[in-house]
Structures are given as C-alpha cells and as structure tokens.
Design a binder for this molecule. Structure first.
Ligand code: FAD
Ligand code: FES
Length: 277
C-alpha cells in the first residue's frame, strides 16, 4: 500500500506576482517525473497540499484546469508556510500531494446555465472551472461570471480577465468595491449587489460560489431572490485541515469532513449541518 502522505516532487516552473501588495503569487508546477502527471487526475474544485522539506505543508485549491499541463496554485502570504513558499525561486523542487476532496458539480451543470460568483483571491478553483468550461464550451449553456475585489490591484489573473471580457463565450462582469481612478475595471460595487444587477436567470441554472465569508453571507439572499433553490447553489469551504484525507478530524462540521465530503457543498446540504463553517 502506498503512503498517502508522501508527496510527489514537483518543480516550480514559474511564479507570477498577482497583486499590488505582492502577497498573492501564482505558482506553476510541473512533475519532476512526467509520468506522475498522468496519475494526477483532478476536477475543478479539488485541492492539494504543497510542502517544503523542513518547513511544513498546507492545503490550497488547484487553480489550473485539468487539461492544462502545469498545476497552478495561487497562494496568499499568511504565516510561516506561505511565507516560505513565497520565497521559493523558480527551478526549486517542492512537494505536492492530492488531489483531494470532491469537485464542483459540472456533470450536473451540463446542458444548464452556469453562474459563477467570486470575490478576492478565492477565485482560484473557479478560474479552473471557467478555463475547463471554455474548453468544453458546447456542453454548457450560458456562462455568467461575477468576480470582484477590493481594488483593481487585488484582482487575480488580470490578462485572462481582459481576454474573457472580450469573448463571446461568457459574460464576465468584473467589479471593485470602490473605483480609484484606475482605467479598469469600470464597475463599482460589492459582488452581491453587482450580482443582483446582472440578475442571471435561475431557471435551468447552477450557481457556484467561492469567496470570503462576508461575501458568501450577502450573496445567498440575492441568489434566493433571483429564484435559485438551495439545491442549485454550491459553495466551496476552506475549514482548517491537517491530513486532508478524513483521518484527523480537524475539518469536520457535524458528521461531515470538509476534506473528504467537501470542500464543495450545496446550500441544501449545508442547511442540514451545524452552522460552524
Ligand atoms: C481546502 C482549502 C483550500 C485552500 N485554498 C487556498 C488557496 O487557493 N490559496 C490560499 O492562499 N490559501 C488557501 N487556503 C488557506 C491556506 O491553507 C492557509 O492560508 C495556509 O494553511 C496558511 O499556512 P501558513 O503556515 O502560512 O499560516 P498559519 O500560520 O497556519 O496561518 C496564518 C493565518 O492564517 C489563518 N488561517 C490558516 N488557515 C486558514 C484557513 N483554512 N481559513 C482561514 N484562515 C486560515 C490562521 O488562523 C492565521 O491567522 C485553503 C485552505 C483550505 C482548507
Ligand atoms: S483534515 Fe483531517 S479529517 Fe479533514
């Protein structure tokens, strides 16, 4: 039996600074043994653990799409591990284990409209979702994405956002909490308010939501007002984790393990759980 805690060696191929504060970086990784890439099959919404020998490990959502060769993670500098990761240089070998957890319900969404709502640096696994859906465009209905951040400088993947704004394949609405004179984006407003104005149709649609708790709290009533039922709305959680594989009990909500039963839950499923998420 293989040890599930042993990470694959992966090489840091590229590091991109995503924001003005320089505390958000995207790491593009390749497998040191190319055959491992074949074994690393994942779906949008799943996560992995990155590790640095002698420092530790931490979980992060996979930001690349399954068909992309390199595995992307976008990481905010928060404490000891993420600070060490931010200091890593290209060409360095680190560890990665996973993929873990369930994924966004893209099979359920096939043939339906997809509404993606996100704020700040939580857009990572939804970036994976958008890139995946664009690759398999004919399998889905209308794709609406509402993505916001505090300011223009805090938006992730700016080059892609610019390209997607011009694309007929999706309706992307980018917003910032407060305009600051920057030429882009032009739309001011908090994500839930902008979602209300965009008003995507709920009939035959699935909504995927990932963002800071405050955004999630105010987004849910807007989706309800638009007619989305609890079984049409899916949310990705980021409870603290240790093992990632349902062994340690660090991440559970009631009887559910966020690492194994989630991190993606429908509002319908969450409404049956204690509210400590
Ligand atoms: C499933 C999952 C996916 C995640 N995806 C991403 C991602 O794509 N990008 C990213 O930057 N981060 C992500 N995180 C959070 C990331 O794991 C933590 O920021 C990281 O573990 C911090 O490690 P550290 O040693 O640098 O800081 P620590 O010293 O462990 O923590 C620094 C600060 O961050 C807080 N913190 C740590 N973990 C969490 C958490 N899960 N939720 C809220 N606050 C936390 C601590 O309380 C402390 O205040 C994810 C977490 C989970 C569980
Ligand atoms: S992190 Fe150990 S059980 Fe979920």
């Amino acid at each position: 039996m293989t040890n599930p805690y042993i990470p694959w060696p992966v090489r840091v191929e590229r590091v991109t600074i995503e924001n003005d504060a320089h505390d958000l970086k995207t790491f593009e990784l390749s497998f040191v043994n190319p055959a491992d890439r074949e074994s690393f099959r994942f779906a949008p919404g799943q996560f992995g653990f990155l590790s640095i020998s002698g420092v530790g490990e931490a979980p992060f959502g996979i930001a690349s799409a399954p068909h992309e060769d390199r595995i992307w993670y976008t990481v905010k500098r928060a404490g000891a591990f993420t600070t060490a990761l931010h200091e890593i240089e290209t060409g360095t070998t680190i560890g990665m284990r996973g993929p873990y957890g369930n994924s966004y319900p893209l099979d359920l969404a096939k043939g339906k409209d997809l509404v993606i709502v996100s704020g700040g640096f939580s857009f990572t696994t939804l970036r994976s979702t958008v890139v995946h859906v664009l690759k398999h465009r004919s399998e889905f209905g209308k794709l609406t994405v509402v993505y916001g951040a505090r300011s223009a400088g805090e938006l992730l993947y700016k080059d892609e956002l610019h390209a997607w704004e011009k694309s007929a394949d999706l309706h992307l609405v980018v917003c910032v909490d407060r305009l600051s004179g920057a030429p882009w984006p032009a739309r001011e407003g908090l994500v839930p308010n902008v979602l209300k104005e965009v008003a995507p149709a709920a009939a035959n649609a699935v909504a995927l939501v990932c963002g800071p708790p405050i955004m999630i709290r105010y987004t849910h009533p807007v989706l309800e007002t638009l007619g989305f039922k609890p079984n049409q709305v899916f949310l990705s959680l980021e409870n603290r984790m240790k093992c990632g594989i349902g062994k340690c009990g660090r991440c559970n909500i009631g009887e559910k393990y966020v690492c194994k039963d989630g991190p993606v839950f429908s509002y319908e499923a969450l409404s049956k759980l204690p509210t400590d998420y």
